[in-house]
Design a protein around this ligand. Structure first.
Ligand SMILES: Cc1ncc(COP(=O)(O)O)c(C=O)c1O
Length: 415
């Protein structure tokens, strides 16, 4: 079967794209079609400008004074508020700090502390592994706490939610399949039995509109190096609903979370508000890079991002199935755009080789074992013609059997 859409139609979609100008805010290497912004977002000159300023003016000239004069000390909360606008969080509930893994540790402890008579953590068996590893780590420090998993202890997460559950740790979008959860509905279901919920937003922050306050979410965590383009290892974030602030305690009780950090007291007293999720000194240069990346979002309409994301991913599925359907690819994940994040995965028995062949030809996606080839579509810088060209390369690799070349079978890291 041939695709019903042609190149001229695809070019017309680019011409009519309201986000088209955003692409110029990013650096995309010549000859590369970048479909891995769901793993590491592209670099932006605005990020380099912030880094340059932070290093050469603030650090080099202001030295230690910059903690105050350049607002370094307040950056976790200031950036948290800036990021909060993208995830539906009123000011004062989001803080940028540490890594997603560490923040999972903090919020799970905080949630378990608010529900002291409950002993169950619920998560997804096919969650991104660090979520499970951190939940295991938390459980190991709290005797009697058990972890129950969707796909292992029951087919669906809903079936695991009962009065014994203290907290549910759940991904808004599954990292592998792109399946999007209904945040409001699952949060409501958790609250009906008195459980709390933590949303992992790694694959949604910056990818689609998120409404944490409106959904009545309790906590959220996520990273900033994917769709938010903060750079490799950029600091992560925590959201905690205001109603929990006075009750939360987290065990990484470092001085940045202290009520009076500069009183240098002998014993810990948790600070007020979202600051109590902080631990120690934060990576200022990485924070400043993130500021440059977040500033870009001041000019972005999230509804337009979602619309384009669905159109890009729909187009990709349509073209792949029309042009590559004969070569053993199977869609893994939702066909309905409204149930999908900003990524598309296909299963292929030789997915590893296929992805390596694609990357060699300049189409960068990634591979997730055992057989998923995954493509992320960042609406700020991926265009419809990129989708067209990526599918042309994929078709060529599959039709010619180029992926079977011996060098692609050698296991090396695939992004
Ligand atoms: C859902 C999810 N959670 C967590 C992480 C990573 O956590 P960290 O930034 O601590 O390595 C990822 C990374 O891809 C992820 O996809």
């Amino acid at each position: 079967m041939r695709a019903t859409i042609d190149l001229a139609a695809v070019e017309a979609m680019d011409a009519a794209d309201p986000l088209r100008a955003m692409r110029d805010r990013f650096i995309l290497p010549e000859g590369v079609i970048y479909l891995d912004g769901n793993s590491l977002g592209a670099a932006a000159p605005a990020v380099f400008n912030e880094l340059q300023k932070a290093a050469t003016q603030e650090w080099a000239q202001d030295l230690i004074r910059a903690w105050n004069t350049a607002g370094w000390f307040d950056m976790p909360v200031a950036l948290g508020d800036q990021l909060g606008r993208l995830i539906g969080a009123e000011a004062g509930q989001t803080v940028v700090c540490d890594t997603t893994s560490i923040n999972i540790y903090k919020v799970l402890h905080a949630a378990l502390g608010i529900r002291p008579n409950r002993s169950v953590i619920v998560a997804e068996g096919d969650s991104f592994p660090t979520d499970l590893y951190m939940a295991e780590g938390v459980a190991s420090t709290r005797p009697g706490t058990v972890l129950r998993l969707e796909g292992v202890d029951a087919p669906t997460i809903e079936e695991l939610i009962d009065e014994r559950v203290a907290v549910i740790l759940v991904n808004h979008v599954n990292y592998k399949t792109g399946q999007l959860r209904d945040m409001a509905a699952l949060t409501c279901k958790a609250h009906q039995v008195g459980a709390l919920i933590v949303w992992d937003l790694c694959h949604t922050a910056g990818a689609l509109p998120v409404e944490l306050d409106a959904a009545n979410a309790d906590f959220a965590i996520g990273c900033t190096y994917k769709y938010l383009n903060g750079g490799p290892g950029a600091p992560a974030f925590i959201y905690a609903a205001k109603r929990h602030h006075d009750d939360v305690h987290q065990p990484l009780s470092g001085w940045w979370g202290h009520a009076r950090p500069f009183a240098f007291e002998q014993s810990y007293a948790a600070g007020s508000g979202i600051r109590r999720f902080l631990c120690g000194t934060q990576p200022v240069l990485s924070m400043r890079a993130l500021k440059g990346a977040l500033d870009i979002w001041d000019d972005v309409d999230m509804a337009a991002v979602r619309k384009k994301s669905i159109a890009l991913t729909d187009l990709f599925i349509q073209l792949v199935e029309a042009r590559c359907g004969a070569y053993g690819l199977e869609l893994e994940g939702p066909r309905d755009g409204n149930a999908r994040g900003s990524q598309v995965s296909f299963l292929h028995p030789h997915g590893y080789q296929v992805m390596r062949a694609l990357i060699e030809r300049g189409v960068i996606g990634d591979f997730r074992a055992p057989s998923t080839i995954r493509f992320g579509f960042t609406p700020l810088y991926v265009g419809y013609k990129d989708v067209w060209q990526a599918v042309e390369v994929l078709e060529d690799i599959l039709r010619t059997g180029a992926w079977q070349e011996a060098r692609f079978a050698v296991k090396t890291a695939v992004t």
